[in-house]
Design a protein around this ligand. Structure first.
Ligand code: FES
Ligand code: FES
Length: 165
C-alpha cells in the first residue's frame, strides 16, 4: 500500500515518519515514534486509554489516522514529567491519592485531566466528573482518580467549589 511522509512534533520534538494512511495515530506513536506510553484498550473509541492531546485538543488516538496529525503538535504522557524525571503536579497527585491500580488507563486519564487543568477557567466537581466519564478504568479506581484530579486542581488554582456542594 502507498506510504506517506508525515511530519509532526511530539512533546516538542520533531518527528518524520513514513506510514500507510490506514494506520492510526496510536499505532504510529507506539510503533514508529517508539512512544509506548500511549495505551490501546478497545481500539474503537470507547475506553479513552489512548487519549493524547493534538493541537491543544484531547483526541482518541485510535480513532485518528497518523496522516491526519500532519503538521500538528502532539502531546503524550511521556511529555508530562520534567526532563530529569520529576513528576508534575498531576502525576504527583495520582501517586499521592492512589489514582491507579493496574495503570493501564492512567496515560489516557492523565492526558485528559491535563487538558482540563490547562484550560483558562476553573472547573467544579460536576464538570470534572462529566469530562472524566469519557474514560474507562477497568479496575474501577474512579474515586481515587477523581480525588487526584481534584487535588491537582486545588493546587493549581483551577478548582471551583460547586454551588450545591
Ligand atoms: Fe482508543 Fe479505547 S483504545 S478509545
Ligand atoms: Fe487499571 Fe485503570 S488502573 S484500568
Amino acid at each position: 500500500m502507498t506510504q506517506q511522509d508525515v511530519t509532526f512534533t511530539v512533546n516538542g520534538t520533531p518527528h518524520r515518519v513514513t506510514v500507510e494512511p490506514r494506520r492510526t495515530l496510536a499505532d504510529v506513536l507506539r510503533d514508529d515514534c517508539g512512544l509506548t506510553g500511549t495505551h490501546l484498550g478497545c481500539e474503537h473509541g470507547v475506553c479513552g486509554a489512548c487519549t493524547v492531546i493534538v493541537d491543544e485538543v484531547p483526541v482518541r488516538a485510535c480513532l485518528m489516522f497518523g496522516v491526519q496529525a500532519a503538521g500538528g503538535a502532539i502531546r503524550t504522557v511521556e511529555g508530562l514529567a520534567a526532563s530529569d524525571g520529576t513528576l508534575n503536579v498531576l502525576q504527583n497527585a495520582f501517586q499521592a491519592h492512589h489514582g491507579l491500580q493496574c495503570g493501564f488507563c492512567t496515560p489516557g486519564f492523565l492526558m485528559l485531566a491535563t487538558w482540563l487543568l490547562e484550560r483558562d477557567r476553573p472547573f467544579d466537581e460536576a464538570e470534572m466528573r462529566h469530562v472524566l466519564s469519557s474514560n474507562l478504568c477497568r479496575c474501577t479506581g474512579y474515586q481515587n482518580i477523581l480525588a487526584a484530579v481534584r487535588a491537582a486542581a486545588k493546587e493549581l488554582g483551577k478548582w471551583a467549589e460547586s454551588v450545591n456542594a
